[in-house]
Design a protein around this ligand. Sequence first.
Ligand code: NI
Length: 163
Amino acid sequence: MKIGLISDTHDKIQNIRKAVRIFNDKHVDLVIHAGDFVNPIAVESLAGVKLVVGVLGNNDTDLAGLISTFDKIHGELKGEIFETVYDGLKFAIYHGTNLAKREQIIKSGKYDVIIYGHTHRKDNRFIGTTRVINPGTAKGFFGLFATIAVFDTSSRKLEFINL
Ligand code: NI
């Protein structure tokens, strides 16, 4: 399956719409958002994709608004840390607000794939047998490109895409 990865959209609606078009062109089966939507409008802007699975970032403080908007788009808001299995791979998804906690999850060796955000920097490496991925920021900050990514669970290939 193909999984769209996006994070740290920080209300940049124009880029979110662009990402939705790209994810749909690539026929992703679902989109994981690794947190820092900020306002519910950012969630609503993701409505065009098949399924949005999200975790909360440090700037996602309007919890009631975010929950009701996730309901509206039939997405799944999973709290701070979400563990799941996609296509036989054990995933952990965590925004990465607490660096020590992020490192603990990575070094636990319990997961095949970790998806995180928060640093606004792309990441794609192995720590032991764990694939550690950050799609970067879809907003773009301080001279950093706005990026998203697509992960293919069959080929294990990761593609970064500039918005
Ligand atoms: Ni953050």
